[in-house]
Ligand binder design. Structure first.
Ligand code: ADP
Ligand code: MG
Length: 322
């Protein structure tokens, strides 16, 4: 694999959690009802995602490892209105450039599926296999061919924390998908499909049950919906504040401020309320390609969005008598 490809890969794949994020998002995009994530050694030896989504044809499976191979842009218009996030068609190629990948995939209408093995960007193996409908991608020995990068990885607890963050984000905003996480053969999460409130509770614990208010604002050009925490349940530590745009997690300090403004005067000193808000906007009003890790986005009209988010949260608090 060329150095240039390895450098490009480094943009997308920073650590095991980056692989987890890309694989999980692909499984969501594939329309899966069930997704299983298996990690060993905090993702350093194995990250495997198994889904029951639409799967790939033999050609698509082979193509999926080519840089800029994406099935998600079918016209140039799509380039300006990307419904699914990401550097189009970079993820699998980048992951395969710096690991040993085994993909098994089958579409419903195909009798046989396809097995492909790629190592350091080179195809080692391809053959028909008998597999269930959907896709399984196993990513082994991340950065095996870049010792400096491998050495640079943090301790297992730190890398695992990043993986769990990615898993939780995808799980939170996709409550209709059953999601399971195994860490070194132990089941860490087994989240059944259901409503969003139930998903929040099963991820963050029972104590949230009595502590959530629904928050919803439907406007013609956009909508905001999710849950916010009662002020008295706010915590001194951060980490339970989530924004999603069109179903993808983002960080946005300006919008965070919009939420905090709505809580003004209601929170115990230096505490942060829980919130999980999914903003639906026309994809052309958001530029997702600001940063390679794609958690930062720019909106065309940030001030209006600020006002809408703040008003939605205020209204949710008010309607529950807070
Ligand atoms: P992108 O998601 O930006 O299109 P990726 O490199 O992540 O690029 O994936 C390349 C292509 O491989 C996708 O466009 C999709 O067609 C296919 N693909 C990847 N993962 C899956 C999956 N789990 N199920 C079905 N197709 C997949
Ligand atoms: Mg992708």
């Amino acid at each position: 694999e060329s150095l240039a490809n390895q450098i490009a890969a480094g943009e997308v794949v920073q650590r095991p959690a980056s692989v987890v994020k890309e694989l999980l998002e692909n499984s969501v995009d594939a329309g899966s009802a069930n997704i299983t994530l298996i990690v060993k050694d905090a993702g350093k030896t194995l990250i495997q995602v198994i889904d029951d989504g639409k799967g790939m044809s033999e050609t698509d499976a082979r193509m999926s490892f080519e840089r800029h191979a994406t099935s998600k842009i079918t016209s140039t218009d799509d380039l300006f209105a990307i419904h699914t996030f990401g550097f189009r068609g970079e993820a699998l190629a980048s992951i395969a450039a710096v690991s040993q990948v085994e993909m098994k995939t089958r579409r419903e209408d195909d009798e046989m599926g396809t097995l492909i093995e790629v190592e350091g960007g080179e195809r080692k193996e391809q053959e028909p296999v008998s597999v269930p409908v959907g896709t399984s991608i196993a990513v082994k020995n991340l950065f095996f061919n870049i010792p400096a990068r491998r050495k640079f990885l943090k301790s297992n607890p730190v890398e695992m924390k990043h993986i769990i963050d990615e898993f939780q984000r995808v799980a939170l905003v996709n409550p209709e998908i059953s999601m399971t996480l195994y860490q070194d053969d132990n089941e860490v999460y087994n989240l059944r499909a259901g409503k969003m409130a139930k998903r929040i509770i099963s991820i963050f614990g029972r104590s949230h049950q009595e502590q959530l208010f629904p928050c919803q604002e439907d406007l013609e050009v956009m909508s905001v919906n999710g849950y916010i925490g009662k002020p008295e349940s706010a915590k001194k530590t951060r980490g339970e504040q989530f924004f999603f745009v069109n179903g993808r997690f983002i960080k946005h300090s300006y919008l965070h401020h919009a939420v905090m403004t709505a809580y003004e005067g209601l929170l115990p000193d230096s505490t942060y309320p829980f919130y999980m808000l999914n903003i639906q906007v026309d994809p052309k009003d958001v530029d997702v390609n600001v940063h390679p890790t794609k958690t930062e986005v720019k909106f065309t009209d940030e001030r209006t969005l600020y006002a809408i988010v703040s008003a939605a949260v205020k209204q949710a608090l008010a309607s529950y008598g807070v």
